[in-house]
Design a protein around this ligand. Structure first.
Ligand code: F6P
Length: 355
């Protein structure tokens, strides 16, 4: 996110504009925490994860009264354009803030930039943070694979992603995991246990010299990871029956990567992505665009009238903000074409992973 703030600030200043930052996001906007930011504040932040302005979850912002106050604060500070960098909640806040039924002829133009490791925002191929998170997961899995290999063990590695399995799916491919469990597949508990046990037994059969298994599980899968582990271990003991030697390693191990995946030095790609989205966001505001999200290479054709390629960067699109939120809802409910594709994308790959 720092890369986006930095690029937006530098482009705006180069074009002769003044930049303010809202410390703690919407919370700061409500509490009047608007601070001037210039080149000195942003030149060095590219290397840092997170946001130097700090962020906060802000429940108050979902009430009309506080939103009216936020509009006033922005006008009082002479703001004529607002860029919000964030996930579904932040973009929903931006839609509500700028919705004409509530905002009337409020003079501030708004643009959103998608940022969420979950990659659960629709109509953009990527959000800021996904690549860094994926790299962290892959590095962690490489390390875990060494222990799994040395001890002939199975590891279930849980990764963040809220209700979305994107991070789990992509990092399973990129780390060469043996399997991936993700919520979009809607498997029952029994099916989950079956598939993990099948993977372990198949790998043990096919790779007797190195029967390690790394299974990546998205946090959004309904069965808690520790419970899955116990059910898998119990089933393995059942399957092994009397043939079990007291030295046989039958227990799986669990690693929950959690917030480790949310921070750290941004990858080169994330810095580039943030910078390009920030650049396009400022230029879009200056061109008079309003209630749009800057999107990176949408994975599906955009519906008629919903968005257009940016004139400033051919990899970026400007997409209607309410359409993004509606499509995100469908994506999270499993009802969009992308959600359907994600749900079935691994069906034919399961056997390939097992080889
Ligand atoms: O949305 C990003 C995310 O990291 C999710 O992957 C995770 O479920 C959630 O936020 C964790 O939120 P918190 O930091 O508030 O516990």
């Amino acid at each position: 996110m720092n890369a986006a703030i930095r690029a937006a600030t530098m482009v705006a200043i180069a074009k002769g504009h003044r930049m303010l930052g809202a410390r703690h996001g919407y919370r700061g906007l409500l509490d009047g925490e608007l601070v001037p930011i210039g080149v000195d504040e942003v030149t060095e932040i590219l290397r840092d994860g997170g946001t130097f302005l700090h962020s906060a979850r802000c429940r108050r912002f979902f009430e009309p009264g506080p939103r009216a106050r936020a509009r006033e604060v922005l006008v009082q500070h002479g703001v004529d354009g607002l860029i919000v960098v964030g996930g579904n909640g932040s973009l929903t806040g931006l839609e509500l803030l700028s919705n004409v039924t509530e905002a009337g002829d409020w003079p501030v133009k708004v643009i959103g930039i998608p940022a969420s490791i979950d990659n659960d925002i629709a109509l953009t191929g990527l959000a800021i943070g996904v690549d860094t998170a994926m790299n962290t997961i892959v590095e962690a899995c490489d390390r875990i694979a060494d222990t799994a290999s040395a001890h002939d063990r199975t590891f279930i590695v849980e990764v963040m992603g809220r209700e979305c399995g994107y991070l789990a799916m992509t990092s399973a491919i990129a780390s060469g995991a043996n399997m991936v469990l993700f919520p979009e597949a809607s498997r029952t508990e029994e099916e989950l246990v079956d598939s993990v046990v099948k993977t372990i037994l198949t790998v043990r059969e096919r790779h007797r010299e190195n029967p390690k298994v790394v299974a990546i599980k998205a946090e959004g899968v309904a069965t808690p990871t520790e419970r899955l582990k116990s059910l898998v271990d119990a089933r393995l003991r059942e399957e092994a029956g009397d043939s079990l030697d007291e030295d046989d390693e039958i227990e799986t191990r669990v690693t929950v990567l959690g917030h480790v995946v949310r921070g750290g030095r941004p990858t080169a790609f994330d810095r580039l992505l943030g910078s390009r989205l920030g650049n396009v966001a400022v230029r879009a505001l200056l061109a008079g665009e309003h209630r749009k999200m800057v999107s990176w290479l949408p994975p599906m054709d955009l519906p008629e009238g919903v968005g257009a390629r940016s004139k400033d960067d051919p990899y970026c699109y400007l997409v209607d903000l309410p359409a993004v939120l509606a499509a995100t809802k469908q994506l999270l409910e499993g009802e969009s074409p992308l959600a359907r594709w994600r749900a079935t994308a691994f069906d034919d790959l399961e056997d390939v992973f097992l080889l």
